[in-house]
Ligand binder design. Structure first.
Ligand code: ADP
Length: 366
């Protein structure tokens, strides 16, 4: 059974009777399985934080239903039935909201000392030290937060969110104030920590690499709506829209006209066999999506004949070490290709490339 169920959630801001309201989220539906790490991903303003705040009980949804651990916490009929402070949540925000006049220990103890339940002081001490050990800050318990690094403050916020053993952890862009290197380490640490504790987590970010490296499941949003749900692999390898293809990484987006059974596309690069797993009507206009790294540059010595083989001239080539980025000119159009750095390639050279049909995805042309 899912730990969190969000059904048909909507949130409007402003008075709908006077002027048009801002639709922050519209018909948002998703579930988070117990112990799973789910990420709400999308560009700024797409409704990620509003969704998270509705889950936290910090925003009153306009309509829909939210269930937590089998209990309705919000519904259309009853409104908010379980307030924020009774939802057994841990939260970390972008601004860590650490109090500068308190020690690390007191910051982490705050939810226990000021919560609804009275926790005996020996137990407070034990639980705070346990939480600090989890984030490896037990040696800094008596330090004041202005004397901590960004990464350490982030860990204090995490320890405070975990100290009352929440059922659900909500993280809103917690890594965006850290420098790049620290962010990479914290991605791994946070994921390991919540997995080790078995805590169900909803994470918010606009960074697709962050989302892919941390999540069991990604909910991709645009303009208040869900565009696609799936594992990082599913969303990256099988985007269902131009938006998803573009947002998750670079893609070649090729205008295409489908044939009668949807298996062959007429494109500026000629006729290409495509992945037939799409719901577009025969003979419709579409976009053929293929990622630069999905294109194969076969060994010139081997002349096996594969479908979707094209000849092109290397217009520009950047050697990046891990890969070689190529702009390939074909029929006056450009195809982006990422090639193996061990191949010896140079600008001006004419090469063969193969676009494997199963990697040529078809999405609607909006
Ligand atoms: P994200 O977290 O994806 O950046 P938000 O959930 O913060 O997006 O915002 C979604 C939309 O709702 C945006 O258009 C934003 O301007 C609007 N919005 C958010 N909070 C408020 C508010 N308190 N009042 C009016 N509009 C708001």
């Amino acid at each position: 059974r899912a730990l969190l169920v969000v059904r048909d959630l909507r949130k409007y801001f402003g008075d709908p009777d006077r002027g048009s309201p801002v639709i922050a989220i519209d018909s948002v539906n998703f579930e988070v399985k117990r112990g799973d790490f789910l990420t709400l991903l999308g560009p700024s303003g797409c409704g990620k934080s509003t969704t998270l705040q509705c889950i936290a009980g910090l925003q009153h949804p306009s309509s829909g239903q939210i269930d937590m651990d089998g209990e309705i916490v919000f519904s259309d009929q009853q409104g908010i039935t379980v307030p924020a402070n009774k939802r057994k949540l841990g939260m970390v925000f972008q601004s860590y909201a650490i109090w500068p006049h308190m020690t690390v220990f007191d910051n982490v103890a705050f939810p226990l000392v000021h919560g609804s339940a009275r926790v005996p002081s020996a137990e407070v001490k034990r639980r705070v030290m346990e939480a600090l050990e989890l984030v490896e800050l037990d040696h800094l318990a008596l330090r004041y937060s202005p004397h901590l690094s960004g990464g350490q403050q982030q860990r204090v916020a995490l320890a405070r969110a975990l100290v009352h053993q929440p059922k659900l952890l909500l993280l809103d862009e917690p890594l965006s104030n850290l420098d790049v290197q620290l962010r990479d380490t914290m991605r791994v640490e946070i994921r390991q920590l919540v997995k080790q504790l078995g805590i169900t987590t909803v994470f918010v970010t606009h960074d697709q690499a962050e989302a892919m490296s941390m999540s069991d499941e990604i909910v991709l949003m645009q303009s208040g709506r869900i565009m696609q749900k799936g594992t990082p692999r599913q969303i990256f390898l099988c985007p269902k829209s131009r938006f998803a293809a573009d947002f998750m990484g670079r893609s070649n987006l090729i205008p295409a006209a489908l044939n009668h059974d949807g298996t062959i596309a007429d494109t500026p690069f000629g006729q290409l066999r495509c992945n037939p797993d799409h719901k577009l009507a025969p003979n419709s206009r579409a976009l053929l999506v293929i990622r630069p790294q999905a294109i194969v540059v076969p060994d010139p010595e081997v002349d096996a004949v594969s479908p979707n083989t094209l000849l092109g001239e290397i217009r520009t080539l950047s050697f990046l070490g891990e890969t070689v980025e190529i702009d390939l000119g074909i029929n006056g159009h450009c195809l982006k290709v990422m090639a193996d750095p061990y191949l010896s390639l140079s600008a001006g050279q004419v090469i063969r490339v193969v676009l494997p049909p199963e990697r040529c995805l078809v999405v609607p042309d909006p």
